[in-house]
Design a protein around this ligand. Structure first.
Ligand SMILES: [Zn+2]
Length: 415
């Protein structure tokens, strides 16, 4: 006989109402939200979430980074918990869905189970991570980062905003400096629902992104050294032109990256010529290069390709090229079992879907270092996010929440 829990569905209207209610806190004239971390608005958003969770009998814990854990007891509370969550803070001109959707989708899962009187074997938790956006306090994802051991608690507390107020002070002021240690408890599986923040699902007319990981990123500054000379009298063959060498390198690199894999990305977002005069061959060109790939070996391949091409172009053009490595953020591969749990939930629900890699960072990046994790994406209009006009279809949000419900039930098990 078919497991009756498979037929369980969330209440999409209730989810939407809650999203709209919390969006009134810090609502902006442009239709978005300004609920930056640890402000009065963030406190109100947290208070509302805590009230909603208490109404359905959850136990609330707050850790020393202000991360909130709302726990719904299981049948056997010695089992590792199945968790979900995201963030309630927004950009200064943020939208109504980035982060808050993942928190309220978790709440809707618990409300649905409570309403139907269904108890899971393992306990369930919905988490609100502190300061994901990094808008008021840098860096981003600092609450989940401290919890996962990426940063120390002292580092987390000492982050200051532009006015010099620290996270530690502000947590205390808004009443969310908890007493629990900011460190992982045993976790069976962690899921995060989120809007995609890109255009792929919408363009492909698909509803659910089964997120397999987060892209790795490498940043470089390339400097091309030429010989400055007059644009008129100097014959072309007598020039050492850094722009020509740069264009040549870019042409070859873009081709290589495109041919290597459709998951590879190359971006030259900034280039500066010195001295910057129309009728002088530049002395120097500095190019800011961004390479991305979801797999460590893929990013490594792009890295080696860059060095190889730079050497070839250097030899052929006589233009010296210097490479400075600026930043490296390794790729994240989510847990195989969690990815498969999301995928089989989508399949059993019959929703259109694709596997995809996140181009943006999320709390799940840090969570995945200490617990099996994966994410669920739903489309947002035009791929627009970090924008007051950010928008998502109620039906899509409901479907993403159904996937979350089924994935959490599969991990937490019914008796
Ligand atoms: Zn987010």
């Amino acid at each position: 006989m078919e497991n009756p829990a498979k037929l369980l569905r969330v209440d999409g209207k209730r989810l939407w109402r809650s999203l709209m209610e919390i969006a009134e806190i810090g609502a902006t004239p442009g239709g978005g939200c300004n609920r930056q971390a640890l402000t009065e608005e963030d406190r109100q958003g947290r208070d509302l979430f805590v009230r909603w969770c208490r109404e359905i009998g959850c136990e609330i814990r707050v850790d020393r980074m202000g991360n909130i854990f709302a726990r719904r007891a299981g049948i056997d509370n010695s089992l590792p918990a199945v968790i979900t969550g995201s963030h309630l803070d927004t950009q200064p001109t943020g939208g109504k869905f980035d982060g808050v959707y993942g928190v309220l989708a978790g709440l809707e899962v618990l409300r649905t189970l409570e309403e139907k009187g269904i108890r899971t074997k393992a306990p369930l938790e919905v988490v609100v991570w502190t300061n994901e956006e990094g808008a008021r306090f840098s860096p981003a994802m600092v609450g989940s980062g401290v919890w996962a051991g990426e940063f120390s608690l002292e580092y987390g507390h000492s982050r200051v905003d532009k006015a010099g107020l620290s996270i530690g002070q502000e947590l205390e002021r808004i009443g969310y400096l908890g007493t629990e240690e900011a460190q992982p408890t045993p976790i069976k599986a962690a899921y995060e629902a989120h809007i995609e923040q890109g255009p792929i699902l919408e363009n492909q007319d698909q509803v659910i992104g089964v997120v397999t990981g987060v892209q790795g990123i490498r940043w470089y500054d390339l400097t091309f050294f030429g010989t400055p000379c007059h644009a008129g009298p100097t014959p072309m063959e007598d020039r050492r032109d850094p722009v020509k060498a740069m264009a040549w390198l870019c042409e070859r690199l873009y081709g290589e990256v495109r041919a290597y894999s459709e998951d590879a990305r190359i971006t030259c977002g900034d280039l500066r010529a010195t001295p910057g005069s129309r009728n002088t061959v530049p002395e120097k060109v500095v190019l800011a290069l961004d390479l991305r790939h979801p797999m460590p070996e893929g990013l490594e391949h792009l890295h080696r390709t860059l060095y190889r091409m730079v050497e070839q172009v250097q030899e052929a053009s006589g233009v010296a090229i210097d490479i400075r490595e600026e930043w490296y953020s390794p790729p994240v591969a989510f847990n195989k079992n969690c990815i498969e749990a999301v995928e089989s939930a989508v399949q059993s629900l019959g929703y259109s879907h694709r596997r995809m890699v996140s181009g943006a960072g999320h709390d799940s990046v840090y969570v995945s270092r200490v617990a099996p994790a994966s994410m669920i994406f739903v489309p947002c209009a035009g791929g627009l996010s970090h924008n007051e006009a950010e928008s998502a279809e109620p039906g899509h949000l409901e479907m993403g929440c159904n996937v979350l419900l089924q994935a959490m039930l599969a991990s937490a098990e019914l008796s």
